[in-house]
Every structure is written in C-alpha cells, then in structure tokens.
Design a protein around this ligand. Structure first.
Ligand code: HPA
Ligand code: ZN
Length: 349
C-alpha cells in the first residue's frame, strides 16, 4: 500500500477536462427532472396532451424560479406528458445516454410515482419503462442504474403507505425510498411510520432535508427516518453540532450546486458552501437534481462550481471518491470504481 497522494498536480486549465473525464456516480437525479423541453413537446404531441405553452421558447421562459415551489409547479406540469411505459423509457434512456457522456458509471434515479398515479397512470407502467431503461443501461452503455421510489411529502403519510402497497409487487425493481417535493411545513417525522415499514422491507432510505428547510429537518431525517443519505443538506452548515454528527457518522450529502443556484438557496455560485462541507470532512457529492430545468447535467455542476469556488484536483478526487462511497453498490464494485478513478487521475499526472 502506498502512502503517496493519488492526486497529481493538475494545471488549472486542464481541470475541467479532468472533471469531465473522471468516473463518477450520480446519486441525486429526479428522472422526471431530466425531461428536456424538446421531449416534453414530442411526448405531448405523441399522447395528444395539451400544454399551456405554445412552443419550446415560451416553456423555457417559464424556467425562472424564485424558490422550490415555483419550480415544482412547472416540474409537475412537465411530467403530465408521460403516459405510456415507452414514454418513461424514452425519458430515462435520454438521461442515461447523457450520463454516459459525462462519465457517470453508476446512477441511482429518483422517480415520483404519485405524480403519475394521481393522473391515472398505473405504477406498473411507470416502473416497467424506467426499469427496462436501467437494464439497457447496463447492457448497452456499460453503466449501472438503480431506481429509488420517492414519496411526495406534501401528500399524506396514508397516501405514501398506499403507494408503497402498490409498489410491493415490483419490490425487486427499486433499491430504496426517498422523500421529495415541498419541504417547508412537511418535516420528515410526518413519514416516520412508512419509512419504518420500508426499512423492514430491506429498502435503502434517503430523504431530502435542509434544502430550504432548517437544520432541524436534517436531524429529523436522521432520527425519525434513519436516512442513510441526506439529499441537499446544505443548511447543515448553520448547525455545528449537526456538522460534527454528519462527519462522524459519515452520512453523505448529495449536493446539487446549480439547483441551489436556480432555486435561490444561494445568491451566487461563489457563495455556495460545497467547499466548507468538504473541508469539514463531510461525505459531500455533486449531482444535478433536475438537469433539464436547472441548466446543467452533472459535469456542468462540477465545472461551474469548481470555477466559482476555486476548487482543485484534490477536491475532484474527494468528490468522485465520495460518490462511490455514498452509493448503494457493493464493496467490490466500489473498489473497482476506485481503481478506475486512480487510473483516470494518473493520466493527468
Ligand atoms: N427538492 C424537492 N423535491 C424535488 C426536487 C428538489 O430539489 N426536485 C424534484 N423534486
Ligand atoms: Zn432533489
């Protein structure tokens, strides 16, 4: 075993190239948030769904968000064009091809069943299309992809239980559950019992917390839901005791810098706390959240935040390594990806 750093000195002008080339895992991507305007219009036409926007430029003009809810309203409207299993497949396949181009080697995809079942689309249809795309990703793109079913926190726990019940026939097609949608006013403890049931079923458990909500919501996600990862979690820097716990317990945060910028969580990318999270020893990762809405896929998140925050190759190494540590793949796959990361960095030495 060598004690020398695996990170060679990398000239600043080569850093974007390294960020793009390095193998990475994406752990916070809402597959409905990868629906690009062109695909929204194509699916609307295919399924004869009326959209309240005349064309792609007018839809894009609506992507001027002020906070989470202003985004969610448009995000749920966009998802209304998804009707058949083929639609879900096409959406996921487009993302997976894009992810491969960004050297994502493993991804864990959130999906929002209640957004679709509420419109009369069967959960079977949703899972069938998404799961087929995950299988094809392995076979045709050489990347592993797994599904995480998210409960919408603005709905009731009873509704979440009903969704879980409907999903049980497809238990082997998703690896975990998450919690998303409108955060403030819907604290994690609202879902304590349904998450306990999910843990009994052997599902992994993650939750959005501390995106707009206070540090108390992150404590609650850990204590009530036993969340294994926190999605966003950027409000944790307001609470030193929480930061110490996240570092000590190695609870990963799936950070999404461009999302935080577009939803005005930070006023400028240069004010983002990604560097502070890393320097406090947290297992922070970089992800895209809803790339079609927030102006960039995972590599855009890396390149733009590194530029704004003056991060270097050492941070890149740590973030990529963290993405594998934080993922729900087995230890041998983690070791393989770590080796691939080392090989990539050695090429830049
Ligand atoms: N936060 C909460 N819910 C979401 C998000 C998000 O960033 N994206 C899609 N659903
Ligand atoms: Zn999210």
């Amino acid at each position: 075993m060598t004690t020398s750093s695996p990170v060679p000195p990398v000239a600043p002008e080569r850093l974007p190239e390294l960020l793009r080339a390095m193998p990475k895992a994406e752990l916070h991507i809402h597959i409905e948030g990868s629906l690009e305007p062109a695909l929204i219009f194509a699916l609307a036409q295919r399924n004869r769904v009326n959209l309240p926007y005349a064309d792609i430029p007018s839809l894009r003009r609506a992507y001027a968000f002020t906070h989470l809810q202003s985004f969610l309203d448009i995000y749920y409207a966009g998802a209304s064009v998804l009707i058949t299993a083929q639609d879900f497949y096409d959406m996921a396949w487009a993302y997976l091809q894009r992810a491969q181009a960004d050297h994502v080697v493993h991804c864990e995809l959130f999906f929002d069943p209640q957004t679709h079942t509420a419109r009369g689309v069967a959960l079977r249809t949703v899972i069938e299309g998404l799961y087929r795309a995950c299988l094809d990703a392995r076979e045709k793109l050489g990347i592993s992809a797994a599904l995480i079913l998210c409960f919408l926190r603005h709905l009731s726990e009873q509704d979440a239980f009903a969704t879980l019940e409907q999903a049980l026939p497809y238990r082997d097609r998703f690896i975990g559950v998450g919690l998303d949608s409108s955060e403030v006013g819907h604290p994690p403890e609202k879902f304590a019992r349904v998450f306990a049931r999910c843990r009994e079923l052997g599902l992994h458990v993650v939750a959005h917390a501390g995106e707009e909500g206070p540090p108390e919501y992150i404590w609650a996600a850990l204590d009530w839901l036993k969340a294994e990862r926190i999605d966003h979690g950027v409000q944790s820097t307001k609470d030193p005791a929480l930061m110490a716990r996240l570092a000590r317990e190695r609870i990963p945060l799936t950070v999404c810098p461009l999302s935080n910028l577009k939803l005005c969580v930070f006023p400028r990318l240069s004010a983002h706390n990604l560097r502070a999270l890393l320097e406090a020893g947290l297992v922070a990762t970089v992800n895209s959240d809803d790339p079609a809405y927030f102006g960039g896929y995972i590599n855009d998140n890396f390149v733009q935040s590194f530029g704004a925050l003056g991060l270097d190759a050492g941070h890149a190494w740590q973030l990529a390594l963290n993405s594998f540590e934080a993922s729900f793949i087995d230890a041998s796959a983690k070791a393989r990806y770590r080796d691939a990361l080392g090989e990539c960095f050695a090429r830049f030495g």
